[in-house]
Ligand binder design. Structure first.
Ligand code: ZN
Length: 402
């Protein structure tokens, strides 16, 4: 279908892009939840857009054939857009996440020697650094609170150390070297024996002791505990297991969001450009038969055969370098990550603009078949020093050499 009016064409294009991205994002994020409210809202707002489209189209009679398509696209777009807006705030807190960049508030409050521990623990256990920081603040004020110091780091209940572990949680419940006695708590510091008895205490700083008063050991042990209690699937429930009180969970989460207002989705898919279930490589990097013209062709990326409309995620934090049309690659997004760039091509829609900052896991567009393409797929490329390289080592967190 061709449209001649430039304004209308660009509006149509906008609707089409938003629709594709919205639909894809909604499918990936909500799995059909929140349907009723969404449909009602969609009908209310959809009608107005349809009216607008009818008016515009009537003014451009030669476009009359486009009307049903436009109306349909507008309605579906609105239903989906509202669905994302309605459902996202509810699902957000219940799914796994990781901490974004530290806020100025975090940098002012968290001692630098502690901040690096939280970040390292997130790397190892996949537990958001800002949650670890918030727990540490609440439990011991980063080992500096007057109350904590005045009690030598022992709570009235007998919890010990920087992150306030009960001695037997730290050491293992049947460890003979541990005792939960509020007047005289005892904990084990032998990492091997702790492991043998199923305790959470670890020797993270490598001094041979698992010491709940050592910030590295204590924070890593807490991360291990939260990970074991399902932090990735349900962070709030995992935090609840830490202190068995919902006010405590609220307090920790409130603080965590002050430390890092942006949180990022977590899980294995976060460094893949499409949701994990759609990640099927159908053509690798290197020489191959040209799928369009035949004959040998050097394939400058990998092809992932995800269905049209599947959301496409930035694989790493970065800045959008370009988002637009390329004759060969069709609708294409290029993200600059500093030491390398990633390219997402043949998209049906783009969700970002040049200059936007994106986080790993953030949608940048939707899978399509624009440009020189024989069917819906994502072409994913990686550029290092101006040359296309094999993208596979850059996926799934295996960011070799960067
Ligand atoms: Zn390709």
């Amino acid at each position: 279908m061709r449209y001649k009016d430039a304004t209308l064409t660009s509006k149509i294009e906008q609707i089409r892009r938003f629709y594709a991205v919205g639909k894809a994002a909604a499918a990936a994020l909500t799995g059909g939840a929140g349907g009723v409210a969404v449909e009602v809202a969609g009908r209310v707002f959809g009608q107005r857009v349809v009216e607008w489209v009818v008016e515009r189209t009537a003014a451009h009679k030669r476009e009359i054939l486009a009307l049903p398509f436009l109306a349909l696209a507008a309605v579906v777009f609105l239903v989906v857009a509202v669905s994302v807006a309605v459902v996202l705030p509810f699902t957000d807190g219940e799914k796994g996440f990781r901490g974004g960049s530290p806020s100025p508030y975090a940098l002012a409050e968290i001692p630098p020697d502690y901040l690096q521990i939280f970040l390292a623990a997130e790397q190892k256990y996949g537990v958001a650094w800002n949650v670890l920081a918030a727990i540490c603040k609440v439990e011991s004020g980063f080992g500096r609170s007057q109350y904590w110091l005045s009690r030598n780091g022992v709570s009235p209940a007998g919890a010990v150390g920087i992150m306030q572990f009960m001695p037997t949680t730290w050491s293992g419940s049947r460890n003979p070297f541990a005792r939960d006695d509020p007047r005289d708590p005892q904990y084990d510091t032998d990492p091997e024996r702790i492991a043998k008895y199923g305790g959470y205490g670890v020797d993270a700083n490598g001094d041979g002791r698992a010491d709940p008063y050592d910030p590295w050991d204590a924070v890593f042990a807490a991360a291990k505990y939260l990970a074991a209690n399902g932090f990735k699937e349900n962070p709030r429930q995992a935090i609840y297991q830490y202190n068995h009180a919902w006010w405590y969970v609220d307090r920790v989460m409130e603080l965590a969001l002050k430390y890092a207002p942006e949180t990022l989705p977590s899980g294995d898919a976060r460094c893949l450009p499409v949701p994990k279930e759609f990640f099927v490589i159908t053509s690798r990097f290197g020489w191959r038969e040209d799928p369009v013209k035949g004959g040998p062709e050097f394939h400058r990326g990998i092809d992932i055969a995800a269905p049209a409309g599947t959301p496409v995620f930035a694989t790493d934090d970065g800045v959008v370098e370009s988002a637009g049309w390329d004759d060969g690659f069709g609708l294409e997004v290029v993200v600059n990550h500093g030491t390398y760039k990633t390219q997402y091509a043949h998209l049906s829609a783009v969700a970002v603009r040049a200059g936007d900052r994106v986080k790993a896991g953030q949608p940048v567009g939707a899978v399509g078949s624009t440009g020189r393409s024989t069917g819906p797929h994502l072409h994913f490329g990686v550029v290092v020093n101006g040359n296309f390289v094999d993208p596979e080592p850059y996926l799934s967190g295996r960011k070799a050499g960067s």
